[in-house]
Design a protein around this ligand. Structure first.
Ligand code: ADP
Length: 150
């Protein structure tokens, strides 16, 4: 018997959850893609956050549902607007790395009031997107934590 309390054991377990164990596949669009294309991709891929990349596949921006809604209101020419005009852009993109703790990624979602984070790898061409952490990811980890008790 370790003498640890239930809370201590739970804390220890949560601190073992790493981003790479729970990350999902990132869905990306190019900077030159139109708002129309991005909306189509969001529906087809069934995601709420898209990541935007340059020609070298480096992360340049993020598109949320509301970014695309905002761009669509009162605008007839969604095919003519490239997403780089309306996206949230680097260096103001909140990121995480594969070896980060899930709890730290969760804190970033809360503190920045966002739904998703790109998981990135530093390369010579910038930040390569290797995964995606979302509120759904955190919910899954949470449920797994509880269900594993039984
Ligand atoms: P929604 O806008 O649909 O409510 P979010 O809460 O995720 O979705 O996004 C809020 C704003 O924050 C949007 O303008 C979006 O572009 C931006 N955003 C989303 N994710 C990130 C991120 N990882 N880093 C920086 N900005 C982000």
């Amino acid at each position: 018997y370790t003498g640890k309390t239930g809370t201590e054991l739970l804390t220890e377990k949560i601190k073992q959850f790493k981003v790479h164990e729970y990350q999902s596949v990132p869905i990306v669009v190019k900077e030159e893609a139109s708002v129309y294309d991005a909306i189509s991709t969001m529906f087809l891929e069934d995601v709420g956050t898209l990541f935007v990349v340059n020609a070298q596949a480096g992360l340049t921006g993020v598109l949320s549902r509301k970014d695309l809604l905002r761009a669509s209101i009162g605008n007839q020419e969604l095919d003519a607007i490239p997403v780089h005009i309306i996206m949230s852009r680097m260096p103001n993109i909140t990121i995480c790395y594969r070896d980060d703790l899930i709890i730290d990624a969760a804190k970033k979602l809360i503190n920045n009031q966002i739904d998703g984070l790109p998981v990135v790898k530093e390369t010579d061409n910038g930040k390569e997107i290797v995964g995606r952490i979302t509120k759904t990811t955190i919910t899954k980890a949470f449920v797994e934590l509880i269900m594993d008790e039984h």
